[in-house]
Ligand binder design. Sequence first.
Ligand SMILES: Nc1ncnc2c1ncn2[C@@H]1O[C@H](COP(=O)(O)OP(=O)(O)O)[C@@H](O)[C@H]1O
Ligand SMILES: N[C@@H](CCC(=O)OP(=O)(O)O)C(=O)O
Length: 308
Amino acid sequence: MTDQREYLKQKKRVVIKVGTTTVTYPDTGYINLDKLEKFVRILINLLNKGKEVIVVSSGAVGVGRQALGMKHKPETEAQKQMCAAVGQGRLMMIYEKFFNEYSQLTAQVLLTKESIVNPECRKMARRTFEELLSHKVVPIVNENDVISMDELAYGTIGENDTLAAYVADLVGADLLILMSDIEGLYTDDPRKNEKVRFIHTVAKIDESLEKMAKGASTDSGTGGMTTKINAAKIATDAGADMVIANGENIYTINEIMNGKKVGTLFLSKEHSIGQENEIAPETPQYRRSAKKLKKVRGMSVIDLGTEL
Ligand SMILES: Nc1ncnc2c1ncn2[C@@H]1O[C@H](COP(=O)(O)OP(=O)(O)O)[C@@H](O)[C@H]1O
Ligand SMILES: N[C@@H](CCC(=O)OP(=O)(O)O)C(=O)O
């Protein structure tokens, strides 16, 4: 098939999810201020073009962990929740600061599984999003980690790829962008297997595709590609296209919105009719030459250097 993405230019309501690896420096845990500032400018520019944007931002646990000086990933649920409580405020403070430079209002929206599955909560959440968007406020969403636990009635979503897809469904978004620490979906995890091929377009999520998607292989990542495939199912069923792209260069968001062929595009139910998955015929050069290993919080990962 020909991967023509010009139509992405017409997208109006966009949910953009940034993972911890995009928001913070993975090796120190500190907020990547430079990238966050650029991200905010990109978002404001999209608003200026007449788009509606909803941000789903991870990073609360990572930022809290760094602020508290914890050297290791929080071990208990309570530690994780403490980190999230500390980090969420700091994260919002930075977002607010950058958005304020353009007199742009933001809103913190903390959701639980209950907000998604309980019809009454769902109705309220949807109504709040609509009200915020109609007042040109940018919602910044995260899971309410402090009360999201398995044992409690509120339940847990557990990671933000799925949360972002639920939000896309809830607000009737026409595009969901997941900014990850990798440029999209490969036929296997490239951090473990160098002989991988890039998947440009997914029209159909079948068992073989699901097997290609593995979990996270860095200390700061949460769901890896498994949760992104799950997110893709929710978003595409709800009528939104979804793109996974690399948050390393945050300007990639502009390329996606300009219809450039970057990242892996998952076609919505409607757009997938008569289309097939498009997989690159061979391993990209930068993957074949990726030899250097670097430490990311104690994990060995392939350093892609500047070749990306
Ligand atoms: N088939 C695959 N293609 C690409 N990445 C994969 C695949 N399977 C597993 N992964 C892993 O998923 C990771 C991205 O997810 P994750 O660690 O949750 O980070 P983020 O929150 O930034 O998206 C990649 O760094 C990679 O190691
Ligand atoms: N709610 C958590 C996010 C969990 C999560 O999904 O993180 P990530 O895999 O970095 O997107 C936090 O803010 O730290």
